[in-house]
Ligand binder design. Structure first.
Ligand code: SF4
Ligand code: SF4
Length: 289
């Protein structure tokens, strides 16, 4: 599709993380197509801006905008959210939070968790255990994999890792007024939320605890409440791929680390060639509690 020069310039100035820029271009072309246009105009890009502002939340969007306009600092890319240790037979992958996504509060929670997970892996001598379990020459797939995400979007696929830690955000309904603006409905992709004359109602069985509905509620009727962790284990994206199974939902950091120690304990007693996936196939995910 063709692009007007003014549209190209406006597109480059959309305050989004660089990793999202190609998608934002496709979004503009989608909007143009839906309008029956054969080119992207500056007006179309204006609509793309609104779409991303809603998607990313006002706080994050304004932070990036301030940076692009030279009024604020660069979004944080904190070293502590990157794991790299070529002497370890485990790998810990953190979601896009490591590139400055999410709020500082969420980044701090993940930084703290990553540090603790590393400590547990070191204390339990996980590298030696994984080396002893490997049936062939040690290589990348001999590593124990951990995936950590700041929300249930699950970028970095924790469901395909040996051990997954997913931060969950419970949304509370307060006594504040609901103006029926519908902002919350737009953000609930899981149809867990409905609006009644008395305000929002959440189906807790369907809710994945992403907190997106609360993020931009203008009155505070919906607010982010307590946070917890969903722990999953036994996933694999390799041979005989399998999704990790839930071990414990909305649990505390201490419990996450206890479950991790239990998982490593199982591996310590396992036979050559065993993996956490095979152990969970035999014993069930609850055996890690
Ligand atoms: S709960 Fe908040 S976002 Fe949802 S309709 Fe009411 S005021 Fe709007
Ligand atoms: S927290 Fe629950 S109700 Fe709110 S948007 Fe996410 S899934 Fe929907």
């Amino acid at each position: 599709m063709k692009w007007d020069e003014a549209a190209e310039t406006a597109q480059e100035l959309i305050p989004i993380p660089p990793i999202m820029a190609p998608f934002a271009r496709l979004q503009s072309e989608k909007i143009a197509r839906h309008k029956g246009l054969d080119r992207v105009t500056a007006g179309v890009v204006g609509e793309t801006v609104k779409v991303y502002r809603e998607f990313m939340g006002k706080e994050k969007f304004e932070e990036l905008k301030a940076f692009l306009e030279g009024r604020g600092p660069a979004p944080a890319m904190e070293e502590e959210l990157f794991f790299s240790d070529e002497n370890a037979l485990y790998h810990i992958d953190v979601c896009y939070t490591k590139y400055g996504e999410n709020t500082q509060e969420v980044r701090n929670i993940l930084k703290d968790m990553l540090q603790s997970v590393k400590t547990v892996c070191e204390e339990e001598r996980l590298t030696e255990i994984m080396a002893d379990l490997a049936p062939v020459a040690l290589h990348g797939a001999s590593r124990f994999s951990v995936g950590m995400t700041g929300c249930p979007n699950c970028c970095v696929s924790p469901y395909l890792k040996d051990f997954g830690i997913i931060l969950q955000h419970r949304v509370d309904i307060t006594d504040a007024e609901c103006t029926q603006c519908g902002e919350c409905l737009k953000m609930c992709f899981d149809t867990a939320l409905r609006l009644t004359a008395n305000g929002p109602v959440i189906d807790r069985d369907k809710c994945v605890m992403c907190e997106l509905c609360a993020r931009d509620c203008p009155t505070g009727k919906l607010v982010a409440g307590k946070r917890g962790f969903l722990v999953i284990a036994g996933g694999s994206g390799a041979r005989n791929a399998k999704l990790a199974a839930p071990v414990e939902r909305f649990t505390t950091k201490d419990r996450v680390l206890t479950i991790l120690r239990n998982a490593i304990g199982k591996l310590r007693k396992a036979q050559t060639g065993d993996t956490l996936k095979k152990i969970i196939d035999r014993e069930g995910a609850k055996a890690l509690r």
